[in-house]
Design a protein around this ligand. Structure first.
Ligand code: ADP
Ligand code: ZN
Ligand code: ZN
Length: 745
């Protein structure tokens, strides 16, 4: 007898264990580790899915009690290596095995192969040309000529595409078949999300010295099968992508495959383009907006080895390649690499794990690495590679700051400083374009002095107080300390104290009032809903349908507009004083990125940063694109306050529709957890309301736990859930845990 050890699809902690089933003779060939099967489960023998994680031929209990597998899904299965990865994720991210396993598959096991009808030309190119010439101008044959013209470009084409591009009817194709010009072919079709024919072909560029050194070091690890992690720190435009491309070429020559991660779907087309232009149709794409069929095909092609390079956002890290030779994470500092849904995995951590499994290097690329990553590069956990020069000559951008305190002193109370106002008018005059950036995150409202720029912060946490208008109180969202709103600045005594927090919509109103001639496009979360929301706004701006593009961080990324000569940052402080220990880092990243949007072509560029804190190191260092200096300041702050990379932070978010209940529950939980706060190992902070203290009428309370040891936190979660079960007697609360959060709550 053969038995399969099975994890069910039911994601409940109490059922997260292994169940034994008998493999019937009929399935003996098919069932193996990684198979997905259907099994009768529980007393009622309900049919559910199960995942085979182990095979045995003996069991130590009554074989008569063992049920049988009833069906095998043969389209989809897991590699043994991915089962191992799921087990690792289960421990690392404290999730159930089914949740981990489901995360690894982009597709349902019952998606079907699709057959498509194709049309093939029976004539060679010369014959096609000949026929077009003969028939051209003859009214009766116009439809036929259109088909021939399409076939000239693509002699083998999907029938539906042909009908659409030539705008002809089925009957035209029928007569052409009868005349032996084309034939139809049904085939097992692989759905590809892009069309190779739309791309040019590029050759390797001649790498400069720094690039050569980078490529050489990465290639050596690929050749020697070393699972090193490289931090490729290269300023914007230093040619990181060229390094990726040439290293990937080496991977392909070794007969292996590569995964390239990008921070968000919106950036997929750019990266896909650069890889397809170099390597053609061995490039695959994987992201959540593909249809189920497309995902399935990309996944299958990767598994079968027809796709060798997979490009996509974080979930592409699970691509089932047989031999991975290199994993690249571009813009590694982006918070999108961490999943918001359980399991809250970080793609970088999974990449490093897979790198060990496959004995291949991982390359983390960024102009502004995450402080945690740079710290690892400093202490030797990662290998640092630096690209310090721009690869292609681009005009330099002249960066300046405007001290908004002085603007106020000079009598200017508008949100546009005089230098920015003048620069906008100048650019409008020259018919050049402008990007205005409002780096507002979330609903952060902090209180600052307009005279001296002083921000009122909590002594214990060094994060700004959040202003609650309703109670006229200041509140720390980390430790919950409260105090009455101040009437005068504790620093300079001025009464010009005010709460900060302006939305893009309000700025848009102000812009159209101030610059009457200007056409303004707004790009933020609200104006880019829908599948192509992003692209629509961006391409309209590209076509110069607007003079000013106003937006949040979305405008800061990736795109190149030749005609943009001015970038304005309206209030650099806004992201500086969110209730988040990463605030300075985010500000530095955003400012560095947005400054890079100006002067991408031959026209000289300008960037103007309006700020109340012109001396803050985030602002200063971004002006000079000086990452090292930023890092040196930031790491001191992190060390002093015990934030990552020095300590791990676990966030617990308690939610309920009942405010009083959740406040009481989180307080009681804190009391219960005190006993685990063993001698300096764990530190508890809070409870305090979340920054977004109420969402959709659900109240949110946070407790933070800090520790030197990641494991101490994951093992604590186990107890937390137990305590929660006892405490939440009315079952009105719920609990979410995020270890080393990347976003603020
Ligand atoms: P990054 O990703 O570091 O911001 P890119 O890879 O986008 O930089 O490169 C910026 C520009 O420089 C691109 O247009 C690229 O084609 C060009 N480039 C990169 N490497 C070289 C090189 N060795 N020689 C000439 N141009 C290069
Ligand atoms: Zn505090
Ligand atoms: Zn002041």
């Amino acid at each position: 007898m053969v038995y399969a050890q099975i994890v069910t699809e039911i994601s409940i902690k109490s059922l997260d264990r292994i169940f034994t089933y008998e493999v019937p003779q009929a399935f003996a060939q098919q069932v193996k580790i990684g198979s997905i099967v259907e099994i009768p489960f529980g007393a009622g023998n309900r049919m559910i899915k199960g995942y085979v994680v182990e095979m045995t031929d003996t069991i130590d209990f009554d074989p008569a009690k063992v049920k049988q597998i009833s069906k095998v899904f043969d389209q989809v299965s897991y590699e043994k290596e991915l089962i191992e990865l799921a087990s690792w994720m289960k421990v690392r991210y404290n999730c159930t095995m089914p949740t981990a396993l489901k995360t690894l598959l982009p597709t349902q096991p019952n998606v079907n192969k699709k057959t498509d009808e194709f049309i093939a030309s029976l004539l060679a190119e010369a014959q096609l040309l000949n026929m077009i010439e003969t028939l051209d101008g003859k009214k009766k044959f116009q439809a036929r000529v259109r088909v021939l013209e399409v076939l000239l470009r693509r002699p083998y084409i999907k029938k539906s595409v042909l009908i659409e591009s030539a705008s002809v009817s089925q009957s035209v194709l029928k007569t052409m078949m009868r005349d032996n010009i084309i034939k139809s072919a049904k085939e097992d079709h692989y759905r590809t999300p892009y069309d190779v024919d739309d791309y040019d072909v590029t050759e390797n560029l001649l790498a400069n010295n720094e690039q050569q050194e980078a490529i050489h070091r990465i290639n050596r690890s690929i050749d020697d099968e070393e699972s090193n992690v490289y931090l490729l720190h290269g300023i914007t435009g230093s040619g990181k992508t060229e390094v990726y491309l040439q290293a990937v070429q080496n991977v392909l020559e070794q007969g292996k495959s590569a995964i390239i991660l990008i921070p968000e779907i919106g950036l997929t087309p750019l990266m896909v383009k650069r890889f397809v232009e170099r390597f053609g149709d061995v490039v695959g794409v994987m992201h959540s907006r593909l249809s189920a069929g497309e995902k399935f095909d990309q996944w299958r092609l990767a598994k079968e080895g027809q796709i060798k390079i997979m490009v996509g956002p974080r979930s592409a890290i699970f691509t089932p390649f047989e031999h991975i030779g290199l994993i690249i994470i571009d813009e590694e500092h982006e918070m999108t690499y961490k999943s918001e849904m359980p399991p809250k995995y970080h793609a970088r951590e999974v990449a490093v794990y897979r790198g060990h499994q496959h004995k291949c290097p991982v390359v983390l690329g960024s102009a502004t690495p995450l402080v945690e990553s740079f710290y690892k590069a400093q202490n030797g956990t990662y290998q640092l590679i630096t690209l310090s020069e721009r690869a292609a000559a681009v005009t330099d951008t002249e960066v300046s700051t405007v001290d908004m305190r002085q603007e106020l002193a000079g009598g200017n109370t508008s949100m546009f400083s005089r230098p920015l106002f003048n620069a906008i008018n100048e650019a409008l005059e020259k018919k050049e374009q402008i990007i205005l950036f409002l780096n507002q995150r979330g609903y952060a409202k902090f209180v600052s002095c307009r005279q001296c720029g002083h921000v009122i912060k909590c002594d214990h946490c060094d994060v700004p107080y959040h202003y609650h208008k309703f109670k006229n109180q200041l509140l720390c969202h980390y430790c919950n300390k409260q105090m009455p709103m101040v009437n005068a600045c504790p620093n300079c005594g001025s009464e010009h104290i005010r709460e900060f927090g302006v939305g893009t919509q309000k700025v848009q109103d102000m812009l159209t009032k101030t610059f009457k001639r200007a056409r303004v496009l707004r790009m933020d979360y609200d104006s880019t809903t829908g599948k192509h929301g992003h692209e629509k706004v961006l391409s309209a701006f590209e076509r110069h349908e607007a003079d000013i593009l106003l937006g949040t961080q979305m405008v800061a990324k990736g795109h190149h507009f030749d005609n943009v000569t001015l970038v304005g940052v309206l209030a650099a402080d806004m992201s500086l004083y969110t209730n988040d220990f990463r605030a300075s880092e985010r500000t530095f990243q955003l400012l560095t990125q947005v400054i890079g949007r100006s002067g991408r072509s031959h026209k000289a560029g300008k960037a103007i940063i309006q700020t109340y804190s012109p001396d803050h190191y985030s602002v200063q260092c971004s002006m000079n694109q000086d990452y090292e200096r930023f890092y040196e300041s930031e790491i001191i702050y992190r060390k002093l306050m015990g934030y990552p990379p020095f300590k791990h932070i676990m966030l617990m978010m308690f939610t309920s529709t009942d405010e009083r209940y959740i406040i009481k529950l989180s307080n009681n939980m804190k009391q219960r957890l005190m006993k685990y706060e063993v001698a300096g190992k764990l530190e508890l902070l809070g409870p305090a309301p979340a920054t977004l203290s109420k969402v959709n009428d659900i109240y949110r309370q946070l407790i933070y736990v800090k520790s030197d040891a990641y494991k101490a936190l994951t093992s604590l979660t186990h107890y937390i859930y137990k305590e929660m079960q006892e405490e939440d007697t009315q079952k009105k609360g719920s609990l979410m845990i995020d270890i080393n959060p990347m976003m603020s709550y």
